[in-house]
Design a protein around this ligand. Sequence first.
Ligand SMILES: [Zn+2]
Length: 445
Amino acid sequence: MKLLVLLFSVAISSFAFANLHQAPPNLDFGNSTAGVFVDFKTAKSVLTYNFGTREVLAETTVEFFQPVKGMPIFDLVSEPSKVLIDGLEASTQLTSMDGVSRVRFINKVLEPGLHTLNVSNEVSKNVSFSSTTVRSAFWMSDLSDRRYMEQYLPSNLEYDQYQTDLEVKIVGTDREHQINTNGSISELSKNHWNITYPAVYTASSYFYHLFEKGAYPQDTKIYKSIDGRDIPVIVYTNQSVSRFMNETLKALAELEADYGPWPHAQVIIYGAGQGGMEHCGATITSYSALGHELIHSYFARGIMPAHGNSGWVDEAIASWRDGGYPGYSSRSLSRTDMAGHSTYQRTTDRDAYTKGMRFIGHLHSKLESQESFKVFLKSFFTERKFKPFKTHEFKAAIETFYSTDLSSEFDLYIYGKKGVDKDHEHKHENPHHPKLSEQELFNLL
Ligand SMILES: [Zn+2]
């Protein structure tokens, strides 16, 4: 009995965030060879900003579990300069996933079990050197393919969660720099840090911004959470810090009243004037999108989409709040396939902001005689926090909460099973998530 208990607790601790059940089906490479989705256990990267070469080198070690024999899949957009698998040199290749996305895989068949991957790559995206300073950021987007962590460091797809340790060194300048990031950061010496990111983080969770000290006016205040925690709120911007700070504190109180305690250890607001993009307890945002980005710390980076087909849920919810939680009749709904794309799709369908929002408002109208949909959302958030979900699980949770069957509504309005209403509405850009060009993002360093 004791042995059983022990085995059980070991299993729980090693597989607490083993999300292979949310991974897409393995790929068929032909000749009976599979491309296999794996479970990252830990990742450790050393990031060196070198003023001599004006290059940024990332050296990463990933421990991963591979469930079946085949070639392991991970992702890194840029070509790595060196790859070792279990200590032996290996090569990687890119492959298509169902024509909707691409991933990188290791060109070697591995047996099931634990493996060690070492990858060296240059980070050149969103890096800017001057003679004595360097700026660098992990800007991300859910509107374009492969725009999460894989742009910078070897990472897994959004279904997976793992602890990342990041050591950052700046070599060759006396100017003092700082990093604003949503991990636990310690300064080892000037321009040398260690950052530990929570084990619940996925590829879209990280916020990381390095710049020379004093580059931005910054203020920190303590927000007292309803659960008693003191939560540091860091605001930095070239616009009005106090205006962003006041609005942030107001939004935090509103969101905690509706959905419960703030789910992250901190709040970081980069008032870039453009954007935004949501991360775990952090955002790069315009002033007008601030509330929208903050609710994403509950819905998007609290409850987390496991793939592109569940990305609509959080944009629909955030947009529903933006509009003041309105109700909608079925007459205002449109048929969409927001969750009917390939299971390999990694981006969010833009119909979410409008048609998805009205669908959520419609569920509210339909079900509020039992209970407001906000009350359901609070319960869903509380139960699913930090467990990547798919649309069918969201649907099932609503059905259980309200003891109802929503199959025909989801088939019609979400899965596209009866066709899709074509119009140009979705082509209008959402004001909170304008799709920024690579140059525009670079300019926000
Ligand atoms: Zn959004």
